[in-house]
Design a protein around this ligand. Structure first.
Ligand SMILES: Cc1ncc(COP(=O)(O)O)c(C=O)c1O
Length: 448
């Protein structure tokens, strides 16, 4: 049994100074389950109790090469020698912007920020300025950061299919109700729903914000035809297509999800993998739209284009662009999927994968959902029971089945073999436990 005694003791201390004892709500896993990290290296992290984990959360995506990558860290140290931030610009901004434009053709012009949230905020602001329309459409189940315009979610867990659309609720307290007016949703892979909405409201909607592989929703994917329809419908109704590549960018392909689908966004956003964990984000897009920045639209920030993050991004992007890193990561993901499938098939457990091998959703259903409404039909109770057993054995996955597994360049064969061995053990621990708790819930006999 894994001990979390030092993490538990630290939690008691930390919660006196930090809400929930952490710096992001999502890092709180319960008073006795919250983990404090000592360090990470490659595809592994160690907690302050000395427990070692193979990590498939990878900080929710930024770690694309591995924790503490020597090549990137050396570049970051050179960036440190530059001096940080100056309220002035450095030449490095142009170098990194040029690399991004080379890798992502839609990124004709580039502006840097620090977080994915900031980049998406900027994209929506630019879209409002360009179109003169304040409203935006977001995919049901989508997540685009912590700012009020997008902090609305579709409540599917209590929703009864056939009784109208699921309700849209504020994502927590403090989100101004007045903003709900700007927020519209559609269901993934339903082009008619988008068409109907825009036919009625195109005068007030300026942007469609979409993550074609939903990185916060099990990697649910848009069909290729759907993306082509979306592109055409947006053009027809003068609505800008913003592709949020905060998770998919520099992960699923050199040119991101846009390369996979052969689609060009009007505006796109990047963060996470761009600097292998050093904070940097990007809003980029069509020149005629991006030129509104500085010509009406205000964009900036004290910490934008920090020399350490830029130096780290220059090296990370060089590696991703010029080596086989992304192809290797994809092959690790495919190998992992094949191994997980063999284990689950031997036990006749229905399952499938969604998303991309570098960002994959694991479903306990015969086929992946094609939208968030269908997600309720997968057996997420099994995932919920399995995840803590994986943690016990040293495999770190998100407790919530909606968060995909992330792969990085350091998830080599040794990591994968160890993962499969532990996954098999975790499944065999979970199955009887679940059977027992289901029997109790049904009032039936308990087999000891
Ligand atoms: C698609 C997407 N957009 C935006 C964000 C917000 O990024 P950040 O957490 O860096 O603010 C996230 C974060 O997970 C994301 O997945």
């Amino acid at each position: 049994m894994r001990s979390l005694s030092r993490s538990n003791a630290h939690f008691k201390k930390a919660k006196a100074k930090l809400p929930l004892g952490v710096s992001s709500n999502f890092r709180y896993w319960g008073d006795d389950k919250t983990i404090y990290v000592e360090r990470g290296k490659g595809g592994r992290v160690w907690d302050i109790d000395g427990n070692e984990y193979i990590d498939y959360r990878l900080a929710y995506g930024p770690v694309i090469l591995g924790y503490g990558d020597d090549r990137v860290d050396e570049a970051a140290r050179k960036g440190m020698n530059v001096g940080g931030v100056f309220a002035l610009s450095t030449e490095l901004e142009f170098d990194v912007a040029s690399r991004i434009s080379k890798m992502v053709p839609a990124a004709e012009l580039v502006r840097f920020s620090n977080s994915g949230t900031e980049a998406v905020m900027a994209a929506l602001r630019v879209a409002r300025a360009f179109t003169g329309k304040d409203g935006h459409v977001v995919m049901e189940g989508g997540y685009h950061g912590i700012f009020s315009e997008v902090m609305w979610y579709t409540e599917v867990e209590d929703w009864v299919p056939g009784q109208g659309a699921p309700e849209v609720m504020p994502f927590g307290e403090g989100v101004p109700a007045v903003l709900k007016r700007l927020f519209h949703t559609v269901s993934m892979n339903d082009a008619n729903a988008l068409e109907d909405l825009l036919k009625e409201k195109h005068n007030e909607i300026g942007a469609f914000l979409i993550e074609p592989i939903m990185g916060n929703c099990c990697g649910i994917k848009a069909d290729t035809q759907y993306m082509q329809d979306v592109r055409e419908i947006c053009d027809r109704y003068d609505v800008l297509l913003i592709i949020d590549e905060v998770k998919t960018g520099f992960r699923v392909a050199k040119g991101g999800v846009q390369e996979l689908y052969g689609i060009k966004a009007d505006l796109c956003t990047f963060a996470k993998a761009i600097g292998n964990g050093y904070p940097l984000s990007v809003v980029a897009g069509r020149e005629d739209i991006m030129r509104h920045i500085g010509d009406g639209v205000v964009h900036g920030g004290t910490f934008t284009a920090h020399s350490v993050s830029l130096a780290a991004a220059a090296k990370t992007l060089e590696i991703l662009d010029e080596t086989t890193a992304l192809a290797d990561i994809e092959s690790y993901g495919l190998k992992l999927q094949a191994g997980l499938s063999a284990i689950l098939e031997r036990r006749s457990i229905a399952h499938c994968f969604s998303g991309h091998p570098a960002l994959m959703g694991l479903f306990f259903a015969d086929k992946p959902p094609s939208n968030y409404r269908e997600w309720i039909h997968s057996d997420y109770a099994f995932y919920d029971a399995l995840a803590p057993e994986l943690h016990e054995l040293g495999i770190l996955v998100e407790p919530d089945s909606r968060e995909p597994w992330f792969l990085c360049e350091s998830h080599n064969v040794e990591c994968l073999d160890e993962t499969l061995d532990k996954f098999e053990r975790a499944v065999d621990i979970t199955l009887p436990k679940l059977e027992q708790s289901q029997a109790v819930a049904a009032g039936g006999p308990i087999h000891q």
